[in-house]
Design a binder for this molecule. Structure first.
Ligand code: GDP
Length: 444
């Protein structure tokens, strides 16, 4: 299996090579230049916490003397977007945000890749506090480091290996974790607590409240249609205190923690308010974590409706939360109770899709059909060829395709494959992942 690639990008002089050298030096592996193939790039194999990846310094492209700098940066980003699983986007705390950083950020944001913003040259506390403007780049993962002082590297590497695509087949869950785990997330005051109380009230079930995995978390277990459910980290939701009027940051952090532990996230938004940046941040996180999801549009009772209201809402919400295009949407009201039970019923359906395993022969019949309709496009003289597909994992459903020149398969073709899989097998509300294994004589 080819190692996933983690690419470093950024404008000149922000410290890309320093970062690359530090990360690769931490490792046993030799940095190997690949003359001829990718003349200007450097690669190093990295092993951190028993996880392997290849770090790529696309910044090597700056060296091409005939390039104007702006073009070389574009090229870096393009290369990174093509081949990397994760992108480390380096910016400079000393100079602050520059127009070129914004250009890079715009290009990166248009992709589905995980992007970590690495704020380098944070040599002192003043520089760290001065770096708040960098959140304007639009990414929620910011790391503050100093390559000169060799500070902050480990936390980046920890997060990188946590976010690497996983391809091993997971062991079956033990009986104790069979409950469908639901994270109810969203901004303050969208009605999360009201939803929980409504569900617990309606179900008249025996509620088992117990501590969650972090010290201040509380999980609630109950049965619905004889199926065990567990609401993750409901602390502070049922019994509100003034302290619960949390800051924006901690709302997102709390959401992230509970999403991680869940199978399905209900992203609750308020029908009576605009979609906000925080909603988008949480939506991206759900998608990146490969979690199933339902969009719960709450307070639907407050909306004056005519014939077009429903369609307008649907269209506008999907346009703004485009990360969650695979997710179904329910208009609910915690106050009147409308469609609240549907949330649970739909979660049951989605959970079963999240855990579905498609037989290999059915997948290969589909792959054949999709290839016949559209071959992967040529890239220069090379045409990638798809040979065989198999599902290697559920939760989320993950597929492995054996292919020649898989790194030449463009994103739009992968989207076509994913669409084909969805049309044939459903997978409502569930993200799908595709990984590739190269069948070239030499890996690549
Ligand atoms: P949380 O911060 O997301 O847990 O939000 P709460 O559940 O505390 O709700 C915030 C406010 O919105 C409260 O005043 C609720 O009574 C109100 N609310 C919640 N759900 C609904 C709903 O479906 N319709 C209406 N009209 N108000 C609601």
């Amino acid at each position: 299996m080819a190692r996933p690639i983690v690419a470093i990008v950024g404008r000149p002089n922000v410290g890309k090579s320093s970062l690359f050298n530090l990360i690769s030096k931490k490792q046993i592996a030799v940095i190997h230049d690949q003359p001829g193939v990718t003349r200007d790039r450097l690669y190093a194999d990295v092993n951190w916490m028993d996880e392997c990846f290849t770090i790529a310094d696309t910044g090597g492209l700056e060296m091409a003397p005939e390039d104007r700098l702006i073009d070389s940066v574009k090229l870096q980003v393009e290369v990174a977007l093509n081949e990397a699983a994760i992108i480390l986007f380096v910016v400079d705390a000393m100079t602050g945000m520059m127009p070129q950083d914004l250009e890079i950020a715009n290009a990166l944001r248009q992709s589905e890749k995980s992007v970590f913003v690495v704020v380098n040259k944070v040599d002192n506390e003043r520089l760290r506090t001065g770096s708040g403007e960098l959140y304007a780049l639009g990414f929620d993962n910011l790391f503050f480091i100093s390559c000169t002082h060799n500070e902050g590297l480990s936390s980046i590497l920890d997060e990188v290996v946590a976010a690497l695509p996983k391809v091993e087949v997971e062991a079956d869950d033990s009986a104790s974790s069979k409950a469908i785990k639901i994270a109810i997330v969203g901004r303050p005051n969208v009605g999360k607590s009201s939803l929980i109380n409504r569900i617990l009230g309606e179900e008249r079930m025996i509620v088992d409240e117990r501590p969650g995995t972090t010290h201040d978390a509380v999980n609630i277990s109950f049965m619905h249609n004889h199926i065990p459910f567990e609401l993750i980290d409901t602390a502070g939701m049922r019994r509100k205190t003034a302290i619960d009027d949390k800051l924006e940051q901690s709302t997102v952090q709390r959401a992230i923690r509970s999403i991680r532990q869940s199978d399905i996230s209900w992203l609750v938004v308020d029908a009576d308010r605009e979609i906000a940046r925080q909603d988008k941040t949480i939506a991206s996180y759900i998608a990146r974590q490969g979690k199933a999801c339902i969009l719960a549009i709450n307070k639907w009772d407050l909306i004056e409706k005519d014939n077009s209201t429903y369609n307008e809402f649907v269209e506008s919400i999907y346009a703004q939360l485009s990360q969650l295009s695979y997710v179904p949407l329910l208009f609910v009201s915690a106050i009147t109770g409308r469609r609240v039970t549907n949330l649970l019923d739909l979660s049951l359906d989605i959970h079963s899709e999240y855990c579905t395993e498609v037989p290999t022969h059915e997948l290969n019949d589909l792959l054949m059909r999709l290839k016949n309709e559209h071959e992967p496009p040529r890239s220069g003289k090379i045409r990638p060829t798809l040979k065989y597909i198999t599902q290697i994992k559920t939760r989320p459903p993950t597929f492995l395709i054996f292919a020649r020149h898989p790194n030449k398969i463009p994103d739009h073709y992968e989207a076509y494959l994913i669409n084909g899989i969805r049309k044939t097998f459903g997978f409502n509300g569930t993200p799908l992942r595709i990984y590739y294994r190269s069948t070239n004589a030499k890996s690549g």
